[in-house]
Design a protein around this ligand. Sequence first.
Ligand code: PEP
Length: 258
Amino acid sequence: MVGMEACSWYDEEQTTMNYLVFNWKMNPGTRSDADKLMRAVIKSGKKKNVIVAPPFAYLERIKKMIQKTSIALGAQNVAFSQPSGGMLTGEVSASMLSDFGVEYVIIGHSERRYQLGEDDVHVRGKVEMVQKAGMVPVVCVGERHNMSFSRAKQAVIRQLFAGLKNASPRKKLIVAYEPVWAIGGDKDVSPSRAVRMIMEIQTWLDRRVKKNVPVLYGGSVHADNADDFLAHRCVKGLLVGSASLNPKEVSALVEKVR
Ligand code: PEP
């Protein structure tokens, strides 16, 4: 199998992860619920490499809450360019986010690609802006529909090629494989297929960008199935949407962070 050399073994004992990214999307609906949810993350104990990406409206309060923890602040979006005079209504620049204390930015999420028209030019620009501002891009890639592995691989590699064209090999980068059809919190995904794709991604990154870029999995992950993905050495962590809104799920997932 192509990609085996990049990450070649499976270890049922190894069910801890390096990165856990909570993507709250456009949730929760109120500031007090955001506080409650954040308290659940903080209460969960181990915090290193846990990244919380709340909506922009809650960044300020979440930043205050995590001040004395090692939880990192993430953003769900960023402007794809920085035109002179700040002429980009409604956008938030990478330098603003970095100045604010954001460390990670999710880029190319399927909801942005397919509901908001984010294209390769946007993804590429955002990766460049985020790296230049000293933050870490978390670049999401994944096939849109459930299709054959070879077609899915083609779609994923195309997204990597287009989105990471200007990525700096000297700067940090994280990639998240998120098959779009598997997003939603309740979809049935085969961990072995996801792992196989992650191995392909890892091989591509090793050759085309740089070695040891952490590749995460995202798509209907919860505490009960997380280990099925994490048992493989290639999977360096998880990007979690729906389950990140449930305090019980949150503590069980944080428990798995190394
Ligand atoms: C996501 O949208 O990035 C995601 C992983 O969602 P969910 O966990 O709900 O499938």
